[in-house]
Design a protein around this ligand. Structure first.
Ligand code: CP
Length: 312
């Protein structure tokens, strides 16, 4: 760990962006920037976590987060175990805490956890003595997604402070929106939350965001549009009238895209519902940072693993 990082970063866990200071966020982003170089080398390994064990425990499905934590730990030379609920003794009634204690008893240094229950990562951090990283807990937070989104915006614009960022869609069910909101406001960006009142309650204004129910009223004034997935598995049928109507009012369609600021940067945490919240042409277009977000996620997760373990 660099001397400046060691002076600022003292946390054993990464549970939320709510609890990080702007300096701590900056340390993660700067550490991630130093790890980006590793990905460009022919030998993509760094010995920082040699002899350590990282367990990815995923009680919810994931493509990006699970793969990238696994690869990040492997690039830092850790031993990596991928644990999924399917095929485990959870099906026999074993609790989350018992599962975690048994995994830790094998000599584990870091548990990465994704779980449908908000607060599960915090519960684990109070239960086990190894480091815990929250890889998404219900609709609460997804801190490494928030950090990789910040990293990607800083890479694109050279700064975060002063950016005007619209986060659009299913805010109420979104852990990504909450982590982005904490991270962006701490780093000095302006956040506009956009969606129908059922999915974007006015109460979010208490967290420092502007709440807007008419996408077209702000489409021309934002630097970044972060489109969120409509989470059909969490959403209640009464929260919007129909998918077609949602797309008409809140989808990033080509017609709407023409009215954006020139150079607007389009983001999406994935997985996408193509043709619902975002048109395929925009998702795959030149102003999309969607795959760059995924690439940057690897460096950010390497940085987080490195920092929480106090690695050298
Ligand atoms: N963005 C994100 O968390 O994607 P996964 O669910 O595939 O990990």
């Amino acid at each position: 760990m660099s001397e400046s990082a060691a002076g600022i970063w003292t946390k054993k866990h990464l549970l939320t962006l709510e609890e990080l200071s702007p300096d701590e966020i900056r340390v993660v982003l700067d550490t991630a920037a130093s790890f980006k170089d590793v990905s460009l080398r022919s030998v993509k390994k760094y010995p920082a976590l040699r002899g350590r064990v990282v367990v990815n425990t995923f009680f919810e499905d994931s493509t990006r987060t699970r793969t990238s934590f696994s690869l990040a730990a492997s690039r830092l030379s850790a031993d990596v175990i991928d644990f999924t609920e399917k095929g485990s003794s959870v099906s026999k009634g074993e609790t989350l805490i018992d599962t975690a204690r048994n995994i830790e008893a094998m000599g584990v240094d870091v548990i990465v956890i994704r779980h449908k229950a908000a607060g599960s990562a915090m519960l684990l951090a109070r239960t086990v003595s190894c480091s815990v990283i929250n890889a998404g807990d219900g609709a609460h937070e997804h801190p490494t997604q928030g950090l990789l989104d910040l990293y990607t915006m800083r890479q694109r614009f050279g700064k975060i402070a002063g950016l005007r960022v619209a986060i659009v869609g299913d805010i109420v069910n979104s852990r990504v929106a909450r982590s982005n909101l904490w991270g962006l406001t701490k780093m000095g960006a302006e956040v506009i939350l956009v969606g129908p009142p059922t999915l974007v309650p006015k109460s979010f204004e208490q967290l420092g965001a502007r709440v807007v129910h008419n996408f077209d009223s702000v489409i021309g004034e934002v630097d970044v549009i972060n489109m969120l997935r409509v989470q059909f598995e969490r959403i209640q049928s009464s929260q919007f009238p129909s998918v077609r109507e949602f797309t008409q009012m809140f989808g990033l369609t080509q017609e709407r895209f023409k009215r954006c600021k020139p150079g607007v940067f389009v983001m999406h945490p994935g997985p996408m519902n193509r043709g619902i919240e975002i048109s395929s042409e925009i998702a795959d277009g030149e102003q999309s940072g969607i795959l760059t977000q995924v690439t940057n996620g690897l460096a950010v997760r390497m940085a987080v693993l490195y920092l929480v373990t106090g690695a050298q």
